[in-house]
Design a protein around this ligand. Structure first.
Ligand SMILES: [Zn+2]
Length: 239
């Protein structure tokens, strides 16, 4: 085993497991999606290119720096081509420990329909734990432009829709938590689709969101987004 695999053994296992679970959930098909996990100030684990998430194993996980230099990759393995987008987010969000990009069907439905409903507050848990899922404008996958598009949004939430593409979730609490939050938002998207059939969802009011902010304060929980970047919860939602 390589020294870095030994050093980050537990985290590598966790990342491989989370990649497999992402495929089990049907949030990616084949080689789609990518995941990364910060393990040191200047080191992150990242999933490899051209390996289906269902098949990702311990030995497939690559280690790179925040500038994208490869510290470890097994023979025949290279980091996902989306690595610039992961490293850029990690640089802009020093608090983030885990990033998942995937194509969950309901969230991707909203992203392809261009429906920005998930930027509004509907359900208390997503408001408290994720923030608004703002739509990040479309850009060609793997492009610098796509990475740059995130710069305008990344400080003010932990969940994002990618227009005509999919979803992205970050978490300061790690990769497992990022997946839990992605599941929460996929369920929320499904509920909103049901609500649309039933005549339409009603948003929470600005006052409701202000009351939820109080819950965060009382429980001493962080605001969504970069610590210190969001003053009031109601400021980041659309009404
Ligand atoms: Zn994608």
């Amino acid at each position: 085993m390589h020294a870095l695999q030994e050093r980050f053994q537990q985290q590598i296992q966790e990342l491989a497991r989370t990649a497999n679970r992402l495929a089990d959930l049907g949030y990616v098909t084949s080689q789609g999606g990518n995941l990364s996990m910060r393990v040191e100030e200047d080191a992150l684990l990242i999933t490899p290119t051209k390996v289906a998430k269902l098949d990702v194993r311990f030995e497939d996980i690559c280690v790179i720096t925040l500038q994208g230099n490869v510290l470890y990759a097994a023979p025949g393995r290279r980091p996902t081509g989306e690595w610039p987008f992961h490293t850029r987010i990690m640089r802009n969000r020093p608090d983030v420990r885990g990033i998942i990009h995937a194509h969950p069907p309901a969230l991707t439905g909203f992203a392809t329909a261009g429906i920005n409903a998930l930027a509004k507050p509907y359900l208390p848990e997503p408001v408290l734990e994720v923030g608004p899922m703002v739509m990040v404008p479309y850009a060609v996958p793997l492009s610098e432009e796509l990475a740059e598009n995130f710069d305008h949004y990344i400080h003010r939430s932990n969940g994002f829709l990618m227009e005509n593409h999919g979803a992205l979730m970050v978490s300061p609490e790690g990769i497992g938590r990022a997946l839990e939050l992605l599941e929460m938002m996929e369920a929320t998207a499904r509920s909103l689709a049901y609500a649309a059939v039933l005549g339409g969802a009603k948003t929470l009011s600005r006052q409701d969101v202000a009351d939820l902010e109080e819950v965060l304060r009382v429980r001493n929980l962080p605001m969504p987004g970069l610590p210190g970047a969001v003053e009031h919860l109601a400021d980041i939602f659309e009404f």
